[in-house]
Design a protein around this ligand. Structure first.
Ligand code: SF4
Length: 361
């Protein structure tokens, strides 16, 4: 598949605006795309982005806040979010919670800010909590748009997203037979961050019809928040590594399963709550270790690259114990911390190379 067939984010936004649609800028990680789409609001996710003038956001944030939050605020202050009518901020971590407060209490941008609180568990009371949160968001979106989607309309929106997510899952499962390089595979799956479900489904179906030479290389799992700068994927390829599965917040941790409930809010909540383990949703280290060991077994991965954003508390807090657990079970790992604005220093490429060489020996 020619990777040029993936539309650029700017063109997607232009197209939505030309058709009179509303754009929501959505921060990481979990939310219900279906709820937004039921109101004809199109989510465009904001994972940073990298390479912005961070001094603009830096004026309002402590230096130990991660680069995702610094960049998102800088991007907003540069006027790059003027295309968005609203900003949705899931309560993923204290840094994003802090950003919500800075925006609502101090900066007060022209876009309306909608926070979304997420429970930290998988108990029935967590489902009930998230159902309440999604219903509250429904009420806010109704006030904002003047629309009141019916349960049937909500279910239609949910099923559209479920179909797209099943294709995303299939792309992840078939990745080794598709003949895509590490970077081209992640360009494809990360287009889910800004394409509509229908558009992504068409793209994924096309990509799945193409088979290429089975990707070779030293098989590894990539874990962390996101593979930025994306050049790191080329570094892995150059060092003869092949990412065969991932535990990335922007990708593998959002392989949501289809729901079963006929009650739309419960179905949306369950899809998020029963997603793969994620420290920001309160999964324990033992659950994460078990999941990663199983992932390595199924994918044939020989080790894990933890590719972390500097100052990311939810990730870094777990890491020493998680890596010890994996080591005890014979799975080697390396931890690399980056600021998404920085070019990859030579030292990181050398460390990735040495780790892959060690796995191959
Ligand atoms: S990188 Fe970590 S600390 Fe920063 S927004 Fe994401 S989860 Fe929060």
């Amino acid at each position: 598949m020619a990777i040029t067939t993936i539309p650029h984010r700017r063109d997607v936004i232009k197209d939505i605006k030309n058709r009179g649609g509303l754009v929501a800028a959505v921060l990481p990680i979990h939310y219900s795309r279906a709820l937004l789409r039921a109101f004809d609001i199109f989510p465009i996710e904001l994972w940073g982005p990298p390479k912005v003038d961070v001094s603009l956001g830096g004026a309002h944030l402590q230096s130990y806040v991660c680069s995702i939050v610094h960049n998102a605020l800088s991007f907003l202050k540069m006027g790059e979010l003027n295309v968005a009518s609203l900003i949705l901020i899931p309560h993923t971590c204290d840094s994003l919670q802090g950003l919500t407060s800075v925006l609502m209490d101090m900066i007060k941008p022209e876009q309306t800010i909608f926070p979304l609180y997420l429970p930290r568990g998988q108990r029935e009371e967590d489902v009930v909590f998230l159902v309440d949160e999604l219903q509250a968001l429904y009420a806010h979106f109704s006030d904002f748009t003047g629309k009141y989607p019916t349960n049937e309309e909500l279910l239609t929106a949910i099923k559209r997203e479920e179909l797209s997510d099943l294709l995303l899952l299939k792309l992840h499962k078939n990745r080794q037979q598709m003949g895509l390089s590490n970077i081209d595979f992640y360009r494809l799956v990360r287009s889910r961050e800004y394409l509509s479900a229908e558009h992504f489904a068409a793209l994924a179906e096309n990509a799945l019809q193409v088979t290429g030479e089975t990707a070779g290389g030293i098989p590894v799992i990539l874990s962390g928040i996101l593979p930025e700068p994306m050049k790191m994927l080329d570094v892995i390829s150059k060092m003869k590594g092949q990412v065969v599965a991932d535990d990335l917040a922007c990708c593998g941790r959002r392989l949501y399963q289809p729901g079963t409930s006929r009650e739309p809010f419960r179905r949306m909540a369950e899809r998020i709550i029963y997603a793969p383990p994620d420290p920001t949703r309160g999964n324990s280290i033992a659950e994460r270790a078990e999941y990663l060991i199983e992932m390595a077994r199924n994918s044939g991965a020989k080790g894990i690259i933890f590719y972390e954003v500097k100052f990311c508390e939810p990730e870094l807090f777990d890491l020493p114990n998680l890596r010890n657990c994996l080591k005890e079970q014979g799975l080697a790992s390396i931890n690399i911390e980056v600021d998404i604005n920085n070019l990859l220093p030579h030292q990181i490429a050398t460390r990735i190379g040495a780790f892959l060489e060690m796995l191959d020996s």
